[in-house]
Design a protein around this ligand. Sequence first.
Ligand code: 5GP
Ligand code: ZN
Length: 128
Amino acid sequence: MTAAGARVPDCLFCRIIAGELPAEVVAETERTVAFRDIGPQAPTHVLVVPREHHADAAALYAADPMLLADTIAAGVRIAEQEGVAETGYRMLLNTGAHAGQTVFHAHLHVLGGEPLGALAGGGLKTIG
Ligand code: 5GP
Ligand code: ZN
């Protein structure tokens, strides 16, 4: 059995955090690593990733709510560092299939640098 938060050998983001795969790291804290998204959807598109492996935001919250808070706090600091804090930015935690989550190591998207529209990657669906 894998201990909660333990590294998962075939996880893309665990491998980036371990330095086994390259990434453009823009900031690090004791508990998080932030690097540029390989397929940016805005001029600033940074992923903030907890060093511990949790599959998504819900699993991260269940295991360690303070680590989720640390991840969001790191995102706020990235926005300042990237110079988008004044103009505004979006933080996103895709969780599960309908959100289009593709990497199952929790990560916070920080997007900014231009008007982002209703939602990054697609418009809001009108219900009813
Ligand atoms: P999700 O859709 O799971 O919320 O977001 C996963 C993100 O990871 C996507 O925006 C995708 O472009 C990014 N990504 C996938 N593979 C890599 C990679 O190898 N390096 C980096 N830096 N980003 C990646
Ligand atoms: Zn992982």
